[in-house]
Design a protein around this ligand. Sequence first.
Ligand SMILES: NC(=O)c1ccc[n+]([C@@H]2O[C@H](COP(=O)([O-])OP(=O)(O)OC[C@H]3O[C@@H](n4cnc5c(N)ncnc54)[C@H](O)[C@@H]3O)[C@@H](O)[C@H]2O)c1
Length: 283
Amino acid sequence: MEIRVVGVIGAGVMGTGVAQNLAQTGHEVILIDVSEDILERAKSEIMQNLRFQSLFKKDVKAEDPNAVLERIAFTTDYRLLDKADFVVENVIEKWEVKKQVYFRIDGICPEHCVFAANTSAISITRIGSATKRPAKVIGMHFMNPVPMKKTVEVIRGWHTSEQTIAIAKKFLEQMGKDCILVNDSPGFVSNRVLMLTVNEAVFLVQDQVASAEDVDRIFKSCFGHPMGPLETADLIGLDTILYSLEVLYESFNDSKYRPCPLLKKMVDAGLHGRKSGQGFYYY
Ligand SMILES: NC(=O)c1ccc[n+]([C@@H]2O[C@H](COP(=O)([O-])OP(=O)(O)OC[C@H]3O[C@@H](n4cnc5c(N)ncnc54)[C@H](O)[C@@H]3O)[C@@H](O)[C@H]2O)c1
């Protein structure tokens, strides 16, 4: 199956990166969000990233940013997905919102279209079961920032077919990515570990054991990690961290996933990390 037209739903942190990566690898992209303002912001962010790449990464054969942008249709109109061969869904980490999106696209996209869920923690089996094509639903946990991260965690849901896995691997190869295939479980491998680490790091700050800077310095200087857990949290988005912990808490019914009160307070205060200009650090 040839994958020519790709629908990307959600133009936030992840959807914007996925759309850029796809356009740079020659795909025709339909990028969907709920408002023109959000789409405008996504467009200027992609333009800025492409200009930055062409200016500073002389080793990369950079295409004219305008030619790349021309491959992306920025729209609020879901009906354009009637010609999509593949969809990558990146809306917020709320089951009620994602469920509505899958219900909607299931009725619009062609029968052959595969749905890849870019989620931090929601079960792929649960997502597949909300559609009439569960065998064609797969998890694709991209890393942030998408165009810079080579490897994707791919998740096989209960119903995901071998054919869908093969199509997904080919799709990622076309994007210039490697993948690691795992079985479905809330949070998969990466976020079942990472979300607990981040949450515990927030507890350390709340309990005044150390400042955010010192927590991060211990991971960087002592363990050699490129980023500390709280810098990582700011990069991911504190709202996304909170929603992911809530999904894990609800999925496993295990109190170890209860979100730290300080995390909840920061999200309520609008401190969502890099994307809002402030989290544990200022941007
Ligand atoms: N941020 C990360 O580092 C990261 C990494 C891997 C996976 N994820 C997952 O990717 C998904 C998106 O995360 P994000 O960080 O981009 O979030 P975000 O908040 O930056 O963006 C989400 C976007 O979805 C849009 N949206 C909401 N409802 C919609 C609808 N009905 N139709 C179309 N668009 C809609 C919002 O307007 C927003 O622009 C989440 O499920 C998250 O868990 C995030």
